[in-house]
Design a binder for this molecule. Structure first.
Ligand SMILES: [Zn+2]
Length: 332
């Protein structure tokens, strides 16, 4: 079963988390494989999507925020967009759009950063948005300080965490066709239990910036964490990983989050949301589609569900009062 483990390094300004997505991840892959239009993800895309899903889960669990965390990569190559969305209760979904051929051994730049124009966006979308309120969004390129293309998603996200949150972060991510997993280690301005309270980009200690890269405890733990191999992360259980990496450190472990409390696949799509999307198209566009195809068919990219609206359904969409239906968002 999928699980999330949080832990602290006793007395040190460092905390960590490990996520292992098993059933949730296999469900995402199985739904895609059974989609007759797209077929299964090519292996490199599945691995990237798995890493994104693991990373988004860690990032959501790492902040105090009542809303969805949406991690997106907008590619300039054969993979156009990769999305992972995680809610505060750790329910999650993910999808990728592949528009071209890619080599079997494609790396991150081959998929999404061919012309060095790929972007990674982290969006925090409040659960209930006030009128006129925009979701918070941070965007980072897929290259490093010298303009060099980054080979790993973890490098992109570490860069983001350092820039936007002023927090030293070490991420190790890996995914195959069974497991999507990640380890996050983070230095925080607060020691001990206060670490679990989390921080937001708004309450960063101003003195904290001086500490970036300088805390010896964090640096030692970060080096240990970085030694974790892809194979170890994918195949070992969490207790074994923590013992192997940090056997000389004093860890405070917390109750793992699993089952109904843990990371799990849930798609929040629904007929009302699709109806509201069609309303957004406008009556003329909808009538054009109806005239051409007989009905309007919309498939959910996340779960594969098909929604069909015939002329009568469509007429209802445009005559019924839509006040109770929330406006469409970027992720349906
Ligand atoms: Zn869906």
């Amino acid at each position: 079963m999928s699980e999330l483990h949080k832990f602290l390094f006793d007395g040190l300004p460092v905390r960590g988390m490990i996520v292992r997505l098993t059933d949730a991840w296999q469900e995402i892959l199985a739904r895609r494989a059974s989609n007759t239009t797209t077929g299964a993800y090519p292996t490199p895309v599945a691995e990237l999507l798995g890493e994104m899903t693991a990373a988004a889960t860690l990032m959501q669990a790492n902040i105090k925020f009542n809303g969805s965390l949406i991690l997106q990569v907008f590619g300039d190559g054969p993979v156009k967009v990769v999305v992972a969305e995680v809610k505060p209760d750790l329910s999650l979904r993910a999808t990728a759009t592949v528009v071209g051929e890619l080599p079997a051994d494609a790396r991150l730049p081959d998929m999404v950063n061919v012309h060095n124009k790929g972007r990674c966006a982290i969006t925090l979308e409040p659960k209930s948005r006030l009128p006129g309120q925009q979701p918070y969004q941070g965007v980072v390129p897929l290259f490093g300080d010298q303009g060099e293309k980054l080979d790993r998603l973890s490098d992109v996200l570490q860069h983001y965490m350092l820039q936007s949150e002023q927090l030293d972060t070490t991420l190790v991510l890996a995914a195959d066709d069974k497991v999507a997993a990640g380890l996050l280690i983070q230095r925080l301005p607060v020691k001990g239990e206060g670490n679990l309270e989390g921080t937001s980009e708004r309450d960063v200690n101003p003195a904290n910036e001086d500490e970036i890269g300088r805390n010896e405890d964090y640096n030692r733990i970060s080096i240990l964490a970085s030694s974790l191999t892809r194979d170890e992360l994918l195949t070992l259980d969490v207790d074994t990983i923590l013992r192997r990496l940090f056997w000389e450190e004093k860890l405070l472990r917390f109750e793992p989050q699993t089952g109904a409390e843990g990371p799990r696949f849930v798609c929040s799509c629904g007929r009302e949301r699709v109806a509201s999307m069609i309303r957004g198209l406008g009556v003329e566009e909808a009538e054009d589609i109806l005239a051409e195809r007989g009905d309007i068919e919309v498939g959910c990219d996340f779960c594969g569900r098909q929604y069909r609206f015939d002329a009568v359904d469509a007429a209802q969409i445009f005559t019924a009062p839509g006040d109770q239906i929330p406006p469409p968002t970027t992720v349906q």
